[in-house]
Design a protein around this ligand. Structure first.
Ligand code: HEC
Ligand code: HEC
Length: 206
């Protein structure tokens, strides 16, 4: 096992220039060796008791410890090319695989490069919300949205961020910002009285 662990440590370090890496990719390449086996007392992924106790500290405190190292945990998980964002994502991945319900932080985005609600909807939400896939409320279907809209915008935006049932967190696109999701939700619910332009076409394909 020692040899295996050493191999896993040596395998492909994650590039610091790639903010797009998901938590699972970072975990597999940099944290797996210790956090799967529990080497040196590392909290094992999937061990709810071990992780829920640590998760109570919150993501910032856990990330600080992962950055500077703590006892058997080397700084940056032993891989100095990992950025803070990448560590955060790997931590969120471990917490969630151990009974947690956290959201992976999105890529930072230069100011002014946000996408509009309509753009986000077309690219990332229409897939399900134009067709009603998996019972997603359809754009333009007033009755389907009513149970959500009557609770107000904030709960809907929170669900769009965290996901719910068949609705994936951030519509399945981790780098959408909270503000972009909010605009996309507003776009969908304010389209209540008309069908989205793609609704008919998408339906025909099914
Ligand atoms: C060489 C083994 C090793 C590697 C590789 C490793 N860890 Fe750890 N990690 C540990 C050990 C051991 C602990 C337990 C430290 C303690 O609290 O005594 C730990 C604890 C942690 C904690 C809990 C810190 C706290 O405040 O309770 C976090 C978060 C963490 N690791 C994240 C990561 C991430 C993210 C990676 C991959 C990028 C990683 N670790 C890679 C050994 C490792
Ligand atoms: C893979 C399919 C899928 C994609 C992609 C998707 N959704 Fe959803 N969405 C659903 C489903 C299914 C529901 C109904 C979930 C439920 O309530 O059980 C839903 C529900 C919602 C709700 C109402 C949730 C509530 O409880 O308040 C909002 C708001 C929402 N989606 C926003 C979005 C936004 C914004 C996007 C694009 C960024 C998006 N969705 C992309 C499937 C999807």
């Amino acid at each position: 096992m020692a040899a295996l662990a050493a191999m896993a440590c040596a395998a492909a370090p994650v590039g610091a220039q790639e903010p797009g890496f998901r938590g699972v990719d970072i975990f597999d390449s940099a944290c797996y060796a210790c956090h799967t086996e529990g080497i040196d007392g590392a909290p094992r992924i999937g061990d709810r008791a071990a992780w829920s106790a640590r998760a109570e500290k919150g993501l910032d405190a856990l990330t600080e410890n992962a950055l500077k190292g703590v006892r058997g945990m080397p700084p940056h998980g032993g891989n100095s090319s990992l950025t803070r964002l990448q560590l955060e994502r790997a931590i969120v991945y471990m917490v969630n695989a151990s009974g947690g319900d956290w959201v992976e932080p999105p890529d930072p985005r230069p100011a002014g490069s946000e996408r509009s609600g309509a753009q986000v909807y077309q690219q990332h939400c229409a897939l399900c919300h134009a067709t009603g896939f998996d019972n997603a409320p359809r754009i333009g279907d007033r009755a389907a949205w009513l149970p959500y809209t009557k609770l107000g915008l904030d709960p809907m935006v929170r669900t769009a961020i965290r996901g719910h049932g068949a609705m994936p967190p951030r519509g399945g696109k981790a780098n959408l910002t909270d503000a972009e999701l909010r605009d996309a939700v507003i776009y969908m619910i304010s389209a209540e009285d008309r069908r989205g332009p793609k609704a008919g076409k998408a339906e025909d394909k099914r």
